[in-house]
Design a protein around this ligand. Sequence first.
Ligand code: SF4
Ligand code: SF4
Length: 338
Amino acid sequence: MKYFKKGQIEKIIDRLAEKADVYVPMLRGQQSGFYSWKSYDENYDDLIFDLLNVYSPPKNIVLPQTEKMYSFDQQGQEIIIKPEEIPVEPNVIFGIRSCDVKAIEYLDEVFFTRTFVDEFYKARRDQVTIVANACYNPGTNCFCKSMGVNPLEPEAADVILREVENGYVWESKTEKGNILTKQIEDLLEEKEVELYEPNRFVRKVNYDGVAEKLKDLFDHPMWEKYSDPCQTCGICTYMCPTCYCFDVQVKNWGEEGYRFRCWDSCMYREYTQMAGGHNPREAATERFRNRFLHKLQFFNERYGTPLCTGCGRCVVACPAGVDIIRMIELIKGAEPSV
Ligand code: SF4
Ligand code: SF4
């Protein structure tokens, strides 16, 4: 087994950072997320490899919060369009957990498949190497296993780190992983170590049959009742590693300007507001229902899996105590309305 001591981790990141922008889990002030190692400030930031799970998922690395798409300049009758150059710097997401790796797989499905390739997403994604950190101690709000995610074997990872006593096992899984391994070979030792037994999950839910069941619950009065506390703040969607909706906006001054896209949230009224004034999801209840239908029914119908990896972030972040695990249980228990 390839192994390195915990004390070597910064050296390893430093070495990887010679050839790529390395994003690592950090506590930055009150906020935790994946930040570039280039921006690490030892007086302000803490590296947090043992925390489950950082507050902000690393989806912004493949799908930035705002992204310029093209610039334009109108000269008389002619409009000159200048495509935006897509950044191509290689990067490494170091220490990402299985739930967030799975979320990137789902984003890949959405942005690459079904005959459409989103070139902005693809250009960034191609540059990513994933170094995952296997989870032997699920957090109190983690329920990834219930949503079909294997916390110990993130499938799309290029390298899997396994925490062991005083160190980590380094397991390369792909060609991209082998390239990183070569880069740090002198910092790895060959050693037989005992792997931990994974601890049990505190939270579990049975998703079986939920997508089917939801087909008969569109008009059920439960949506009114359970959406009542929701403040439509949208934090559940921003924090979710699998939510990918964006809006396209324009910024212009005189005849010049640019178009950009930015994250959007289905929890907002404006999300479905049409130019003529009609809004198919005017009420908060309709938006609340749509969020759960998309996650638990529609995505499953199209891609064969729910759009939730059980990371637990929306449960932690919701100011109104809306809990997707509880919602799944309530859906399972609901009688179709007549
Ligand atoms: S975080 Fe909670 S309150 Fe805010 S939109 Fe989501 S469900 Fe509603
Ligand atoms: S819906 Fe909630 S638990 Fe599921 S992936 Fe999104 S943030 Fe995580």
